[in-house]
Design a protein. Sequence first.
Length: 233
Amino acid sequence: MLGIFWLFLQPLMMVVVYSFVFSVIMKVRIPGMDNSYDFALYLMAAMMPFFAFQDAILAASNSLFTGSSLLHKSTLPALLIPLVPMLTTVVTEIVALVVIVLATFLLLKQVSWYLLLLPVLILIRLCLSIALGYMVATLSVFIQDLRQALGLLLTVLMFLTPIVYPVSMIPAEFIPMNNLNPMYHLLDAYRAVILRGEMPDIGLVYVAGFSIVLLFLGIYFFQKSIARAKDFV
């Protein structure tokens, strides 16, 4: 139980830091939210799922190296080696979401039946993570610097996605590009059901379809490249 607490503590501290920097120092304001507590909830509702996505990708990138003995000696399907560490991110995500929902109830005095959609959102997030994770797992074997670059790339993705700022701050000419970002629609769906108490918009359907297609491509890519990857780990 303490291990789960520590896994949750790091992203929580990141939320506290971002909340202070963006709401207190930079004076970023979210429509309909007036204080730093509201801003912290706004951040948590999107950052915690994003951190789960990030952790899954990073875990997948290391999985064939840490599980090389299983890859060579075990009769287990190779697909399970990246999959298991990616599945563990669901545990910390659920713990984080429970805390966020309770905080929303206590601070904003609201709860919605749309919270029942959270398992669907977690499943879509996991599907997208696994799809990209399978690709990253073998690419990390062939591209030696990829594991080091992933942290930077994921940080860039976080700041390109309206997580620490509202979508209203994005210049009009970049809105079409933002609408193509599946993470934007997915994280906004989390905010919709937790904070706004409403049905996610149609963009979630796009993310679900995109994730399913990408999952098949990810599995196909992994199965095609794993035999060659074994020679490098």
